[in-house]
Design a protein. Structure first.
Length: 401
């Protein structure tokens, strides 16, 4: 155990030194706080090069098998690398759908050929992935997806529309949920799961401008797009089961991700630092007793979130409701960060209404941007309302409806 601790400490020192030496300088344009903000070729090119540099240095995919581009180490080493990236506030690892969702899914459920074909390109940034789950007319009702996949010889013909497709206009592949059997008695049994190429005729991805001003999402149209039958993952009719497995990775309820550093960490340390510099009646806000009390409440909640991750691995500490922590983690974390960022804006008074680009915006509009970005996290992977239903049904045992 002591030898393991020494190895991990030496690795941490190594990563610390590398990040300090290699952290990129200001590129002269706004870098995304989250993967959902990548809206220009300029940003994409910068982040792709950065991910490749981190991968080549040996700090990405540490727990993935060596034969598929990883390093075959314990997941703790990737956690250390992620912690050091967050500490140094280096640019994010942008290829999240590949690194965090599609990659772990392929590792767990894919064939050897699929692993060899896809995994290394995910790690080095050559192959960008997107997700084709949500549709314009069905919101969070994923089981009611209407995009169709009709088999025709050695191809499937895809027709339909997906929305909120992060990286849709940049991606080489999509994890796609489509209906192969419209006549199935249960709507879930008619769905199938595909590792679909995006560079085929009939696929169009139109960028969507968000309230933050950038174009991090697209609406993706399939018009008689043909993909090989080899793109089917598993068997026809297994799409719902595979999609649910994917969402377990997306919601961090299950591990296996090549990294977790997909968003700039905006924590209570940042808010306390801001409270030291913002003033009211000539005095730092941090000296206000009400502000201090509110900050302490947020600190307690943030600490509880962090401790909950470790507690989930100790059965004796969560024996009453064993699934409560992993299944509630996304809801608790995303809603906490939304409220915390909203409070940071409230502390700014009238200037809270200013945004990035306004010369008078506090910290360049950092908190406003972070607050708007927090909503995508409360929606992606299942809205907060859906997450509450999951807790009610699968943790508390409440009936549907």
């Amino acid at each position: 155990m002591k030898d393991d601790n020494k190895k991990m400490e030496a690795f941490r020192e190594e990563v610390f030194a590398w990040m300090k030496e290699n952290k990129p300088s200001d590129p002269g344009f706004l870098l995304p706080q989250t993967f959902m903000e990548v809206g220009t070729e300029e940003q994409l090119d910068f982040l792709r090069k950065w991910q490749r540099k981190v991968y080549d240095a040996g700090y990405l995919g540490l727990a993935w098998p060596k034969e598929f581009g990883g390093h075959g180490l314990s997941p703790i080493y990737q956690q250390i690398a992620d912690q050091e990236m967050a500490l140094h506030r280096v640019p994010i690892l942008f290829n999240v759908i590949g690194l965090g969702w599609a990659g772990p899914l392929i590792l767990k459920n894919g064939t050897e050929d699929e692993k060899k074909k896809y995994l290394k390109g995910i790690l080095n940034g050559d192959d960008i992935w997107c997700q084709g789950f949500s549709e314009p007319d069905h919101g969070s009702d994923l089981g009611n997806a209407q995009t169709t996949a009709v088999r025709d010889g050695d191809t499937y013909v895809i027709n339909g529309t997906k929305i909120w497709t992060t990286f849709g206009n940049y991606s080489r592949y999509m994890i796609l949920l489509a209906r192969t059997n419209p006549e199935a008695k249960r709507k879930y049994d008619g769905l199938s799961f595909f590792l679909a190429p995006m560079d085929v005729p009939g696929v169009t991805a139109n960028p969507i401008q968000k309230i933050t001003g950038e174009y991090g999402f697209t609406e993706t149209f399939f018009d008689n797009a043909r993909i090989p039958t080899s793109c089917l993952m598993g068997e026809e009719g297994q799409g719902w089961t595979i999609a649910m497995q994917t969402l377990m990775f997306e919601r961090s309820a299950e591990g296996g991700q090549a990294s977790s550093y997909f968003m700039e960490r905006v924590t209570m340390d940042d808010l306390i630092k801001s409270a030291r510099t913002m003033t009211r009646d000539g005095r730092p806000l941090l000296e206000d007793p009400i502000v201090r009390d509110n900050l302490v409440q947020f600190l307690i909640e943030e600490k509880a979130l962090a401790l909950g991750v470790g507690r989930a691995d100790i059965p004796a500490l969560c024996s009453d409701y064993p699934l409560s922590l992993p299944l509630s983690g996304k809801l608790r974390a995303t809603e906490f960060f939304r409220r915390m960022r909203q409070y940071a804006i409230c502390l700014q008074g009238a200037k809270g209404g200013l945004y990035v680009g306004d010369d008078d915006a506090i910290e360049g509009g950092f908190w406003q941007r972070a607050y708007f970005n927090s909503f995508s996290a409360t929606i992606g992977g299942g809205t907060s309302q859906i997450q509450a239903n999951i807790i009610g049904e699968h943790v508390l045992g409440l009936p549907k409806g």
